[in-house]
Design a protein around this ligand. Structure first.
Ligand code: GUN
Length: 283
């Protein structure tokens, strides 16, 4: 038996259709500003994808591409201008940032009401307090995907492998708010396979290619692969692999593919968050 494939694109389309319908009821199309610093080609490509998709669903978006040498003060000055501009509904600063800029200072500076990433400490705190406002895109997209495919979360044993601020931690809060029993495992967890085998829903978000192998998965479990690892194949060509070994498909009940699983959900959720931010600002 091979696992049911939980494809991302049709679910992302449903989320985007809902966001577009809500956007059309607002006085003006929601406006997302994306700030990118430096020349990392992967970051540039993600940002282009986000901006293109925004246009497709009727949102406005602007990209500020700043040089690698940008100082923290210069970036904070731009954020201050964007915070004060009533025509800007959402602000996203693409991570990672160059070493001379403190990530925490930047995330603190963004107006929490425009924080479409959900990374501002106020939004992080509200999420953990069970009063989510704007929530991080990849975790929120995963919850939407589980709901779309009818995978029960309430009462499920969920194990997250990875404790990043972008995925593991906020996903733990969202699953807890949705009444799952949540374990967060990580690189220092002894007997990772023993822990992961308890999961009804196993989320791999460690950024380690093929970390999750079949014997680490309970038969019939739902496996969500958040990994986007660029590796070279035998011919020296780069391609994308997840954190989940392909053979897991023989054990799992359902599995998200890489690419074409969680990735499209992240972008769709970002635009849904932008619409949500605009709704809150117009309320
Ligand atoms: N870099 C990789 N993922 C993300 C994300 O979700 N938001 C931001 N701002 N940067 C990222």
């Amino acid at each position: 038996m091979s696992a049911r494939v939980l494809a991302g694109p049709p679910v992302a389309a449903a989320l985007l259709a809902d966001a577009a319908a809500r956007a059309s009821r607002l006085p003006a199309p929601p406006n997302l500003v994306i700030v990118r610093v430096g020349d990392d080609p992967a970051s540039a490509s993600y940002v282009r994808g986000k901006s293109r998709k925004a246009g497709e669903v009727g949102l406005r978006s602007t990209v500020h591409a700043l040089p690698e040498t940008t100082s923290q003060a210069e970036l904070l000055a731009l954020i201050d201008t964007l915070n004060r501009d009533a025509d800007v509904n959402g602000i996203l600063v693409q991570l990672p940032l160059p070493a001379q800029i403190a990530e925490a200072a930047v995330l603190h500076a963004i107006d929490p009401r425009k924080d479409v990433d959900g990374f501002h400490p106020l939004n992080v705190g509200e999420l953990w307090a069970g009063r989510p406002a704007l929530t991080p895109c990849t975790p929120a997209g995963i919850l939407y995907l589980l709901e779309h495919y009818g995978i029960p979360v309430a009462g499920a044993r969920a194990v997250i492998v990875g404790r990043s601020h972008l995925v593991g931690r906020p996903l733990a809060a969202l699953l807890l708010n949705a009444d799952a029993t949540v374990t967060v495992a990580h690189s220092r967890t002894p007997d990772l396979g023993g822990v992961s085998r308890e999961a009804d829903i196993l989320i791999a978000a460690a950024g380690r290619p093929n970390l999750i192998t079949p014997e680490m998965v309970k038969p019939g479990a739902t496996v969500i692969d958040v990994g986007i690892n660029r590796v070279l194949n035998a011919e020296g060509k780069g391609h994308l692999v997840g954190d989940v070994h392909p053979d897991v498909a023989m054990v799992a009940g359902a599995l998200t593919p890489v690419p074409g699983g969680v990735g499209p959900m992240t972008v769709a959720q970002l635009l849904a968050n932008t619409v949500r931010a605009a709704e809150l600002q117009h309320a």
